[in-house]
Design a protein around this ligand. Structure first.
Ligand SMILES: [Zn+2]
Ligand SMILES: [Zn+2]
Length: 158
């Protein structure tokens, strides 16, 4: 007596399924690597990239807010770069957003890059040449000229 079509179909299906399961079991280590270790490695790499990006950004921020001792010339006098707040008493150069000395709270000074006139760091206008400066607008102190307009392309500087 020959089996009915349904039974023979099931038998045929079983010969298909059983070797497949064996193959899958043999491939388990590979599937483990692809399905578990792969994502873990990807996450670790993403985390590393995330960490590096944040660390880099953090370092820039720290460098921006830290006052640094002024450089000295051959005579030992403090040399203050133009357009940067500084305390003459303690020879410290401050970040662009600083307005008072951390040691004694005295108002900081800023030297005009055009005519070397020293003004208070809270004043944005040089009284001698009339140029307006915005301290702390970017990492490099920005010089704003009224005749200036944005460069072609207009892409924002990160
Ligand atoms: Zn000071
Ligand atoms: Zn000036």
């Amino acid at each position: 007596m020959s089996p009915d079509p349904w039974t023979s179909f099931l038998n045929w299906l079983q010969t298909l399924i059983v070797p497949d399961w064996n193959a899958i079991i043999q491939m388990l280590p590979l599937l483990l690597i692809l399905g578990v270790i792969g994502p873990i490695l990807s996450l670790m790499m993403l985390g590393q990239v995330w960490y590096l990006l944040h660390r880099r950004r953090g370092h820039v921020r720290v460098a921006e807010i830290e006052p640094t001792p002024a450089e000295r010339n051959a005579d030992g006098d403090a040399v203050f770069p133009p357009n940067v707040p500084f305390c003459e008493t303690h020879a410290i150069v401050y970040p662009p957003n600083a307005r008072s000395c951390e040691i004694d709270g005295a108002d900081l000074s800023v030297r005009c890059p055009i005519d070397d006139t020293v003004r208070g760091a809270d004043q944005q206008l040089c009284r001698a040449c009339g140029t307006r400066y915005v301290l702390g607008a970017s990492q490099a102190p920005l010089v704003v000229r009224r005749t200036g307009h944005p460069p072609a392309g207009g892409a924002a500087v990160a």
